[in-house]
Write a protein that binds this ligand. Sequence first.
Ligand SMILES: [Zn+2]
Length: 109
Amino acid sequence: MIRLPCPWCGARNVDEFAWHGEVAVRPDPASATRERWRAYLYLRDNPFGWVRETWYHRMGCERWLVVERHTGTGEVRTCVDGGERARPRRTDRADDGPATPAGPREVPT
Ligand SMILES: [Zn+2]
């Protein structure tokens, strides 16, 4: 079983997360060729070894995370917040204003 150490929720079973693939640098829309966009959208290296991946904590904080994981063993080296909150929590009401989690915490890996 793989457990991801979410910086907001603590270590959780991987079933709570959605995998979104290797971290890839988005090309510049103004100058990227069709082939470059195709490669960005569909082609991945899928290496054996340590890879930086994007995960979404769909059953927790609903934040994007960047996880450094070994594809052979499933070992997780780091798990950090990936940026902006993807969407408000389902339990938030419009009159509550934006959801603001307490903040990331130290999680042993
Ligand atoms: Zn989380």
